[in-house]
Design a protein around this ligand. Structure first.
Ligand code: ZN
Ligand code: ZN
Length: 506
């Protein structure tokens, strides 16, 4: 149901209300800007948007006038009227109105000869509904902001103006939501980061490449010390490895083939060597594992590093510390026997829980991320995946934790447990992860000498316990609105001895 486009639509009354408000917005805009072309207008979390091609650009200062036209249409009590047209009639209607985007959608998305449209007065939209009965049912809405958006999300298509708004059943709901937005805005890490001089982003360095200023770097140092000390106490071996490696290493791991779209183009040298900015730390840690013959007595071997990872993100998607092109991950790879796997998974979950508790990460849930049915995207056999998935589910159940399943969210080499955290904007992100991997041990021919002297293959657990330093710092800035707990505070308390005789106590 809903629009003839590829986004989620439903009969959920809030979705219906918000999508109806999007029609109302488009009706108001077409009255005020008769030559505007309209794209699509779906409901989104807490609101809606509609994309327009204006003949000359509009500004946020134009939104109040559009909103007041929307209110006028509400008072006119215009019904939402569904009509089924033939394809030829629909094409004729939208052609008359000069609505090229709708003509394109009819061409690409509508099957058969029947086309469902909705009227709101003179405004006509290509839509399958459902909608509210009348514009009068739209009682509590507000337009929020403008953004640029490519038609159908494609960079090669024209850039449209997206108007975002929010819509609620009653004025008191709207008021509460606006208050929530105001509070979240006050806590926004980009704003506080600037005010408290914690970090900066500069065009000359590049988008998505934040610079940590002295105060922010102090918090990060405290954070890293805390993480590394705790991991050392739990039997992890901390290492340091370089940010680049030969591209062949990522061919062997499968990243070059299956993760290539997130990687930077390799650096090619005259002698034919190709170096790659690493997207992950696993292959480096595997090479360390293989630097010596390992015995069952050496396992589990937990190799850890706060390692820099480089992932290509489009420049338009980069935001503060949340969407960046390089980040430092609190990463570890555990090499263990199949018999040790369950304890290692539990240990990794426990550590992530401990870090979350100490850092004050409160609003989160577990997601068990599995693969989907697109076979080319994943390595390994069905049996291996089922075994790994069952082990993760069993570990969570044994710890009395409940979880959701996220189909298609797995890593290409195995399923994982994701800690899904909600930030102050109620946006969800993955912080900690625990992944079981039978594939990389095979691709790299990993071995250990078993008790009976035979060579066996270890299992790998990839885990990120505290997440990336950038993402967790952003979370902490917003969580504490910049008023960090003492141990993380950018101005560390210094105990200064007054006289020599007091040295013993300092
Ligand atoms: Zn609609
Ligand atoms: Zn890894």
């Amino acid at each position: 149901m809903g629009e003839y486009v590829d986004h989620e639509v439903s009969d959920d009354p809030l979705h219906v209300l918000r999508h109806s408000t999007a029609h109302l917005l488009a009706a108001a805009v077409t009255e005020l800007y008769p030559d505007v072309k309209y794209g699509i207008g779906p409901p989104v979390q807490d609101g809606f948007y509609y994309d327009f091609a204006f003949s000359s650009p509009i500004a946020e200062s134009d939104l109040p006038a559009i909103e007041s036209r929307m209110r006028r249409i509400v008072h006119e009590d215009r019904p939402f009227v569904q009509e089924t047209l033939t394809r030829a009639e629909a094409i004729d209607q939208f052609r008359k109105r000069g609505q090229d985007y709708k003509l394109e959608l009819i061409n690409d998305k509508v099957e058969g000869d029947e086309v469902s449209v909705y009227h709101t007065g003179d405004f006509l939209d290509l839509c399958r509904g459902p909608h509210v009965a009348s514009t009068r049912d739209l009682k509590a809405f507000k337009l929020l902001r403008l953004a640029g958006a490519y038609w159908r999300g494609d960079e090669k298509q024209p850039q449209l103006t997206r108007i975002y708004g929010t819509s609620w059943p009653a004025p008191k709901d709207l008021e509460e939501h606006l208050k929530f937005l105001e509070e979240a805005e006050k806590r926004d890490h980009k704003r506080i980061g600037k005010d408290l001089k914690l970090f900066m982003v500069d065009e000359r360095v590049g988008a998505g490449l934040p610079l940590w200023l002295p105060a922010g770097a102090t918090v990060r140092r405290e954070l890293e010390r805390f993480i590394v000390d705790e991991e050392l106490a739990r039997g992890y071996l901390h290492v340091r490895t370089p940010d680049v490696a030969r591209l062949d290493l990522y061919r062997q791991s499968g990243h070059a083939q299956l993760y290539g779209e997130n990687m930077y183009p390799p650096m090619k040298f005259e002698d034919g060597e190709e170096l790659e900015l690493r997207p992950v730390n696993c292959p480096h840690h595997i090479v360390i594992y293989q630097s010596d013959l390992r015995s069952y007595r050496d396992l589990p071997m937990r190799i850890a590093e706060i390692g820099n990872n480089w992932r290509y993100e489009r420049s338009g998607t980069l935001i503060g510390l949340n969407r960046v092109r390089a980040f430092a991950l609190n990463d570890a790879h555990i090499f263990c026997t199949p018999e040790q796997l369950m304890d290692e998974v539990k240990g990794a979950i426990e550590l992530a829980l401990y870090f979350s508790e100490v850092l004050g990460i409160e609003d989160w849930s577990y997601r068990l991320s599995s693969r989907d049915n697109v076979k080319e995207k994943w390595l390994g056999t069905e049996e291996q995946w089922e075994r790994a998935q069952a082990a993760l589910a069993d570990a969570l159940k044994a710890m009395g934790q409940s979880f959701e399943v996220g189909v298609g969210e797995a890593a290409f080499y195995g399923p994982k447990i994701d800690f899904q955290v909600k930030d102050v904007h109620r946006r969800e992100f993955t912080n900690s992860t625990v992944q079981i991997d039978f594939q990389l041990p095979e691709r790299f021919g990993l071995e250990y000498v078993a008790e009976d002297g035979s060579r066996k293959r270890p299992v790998m657990v990839h885990r990120g316990a505290a997440g990336s330093m950038e993402r967790v710092f952003s979370y902490l800035i917003e969580r504490y609105a910049g008023a960090f707990p003492t141990w993380l505070h950018p101005v560390q308390v210094v105990v200064a001895p007054l006289t020599d005789s007091q040295h013993d106590y300092a």
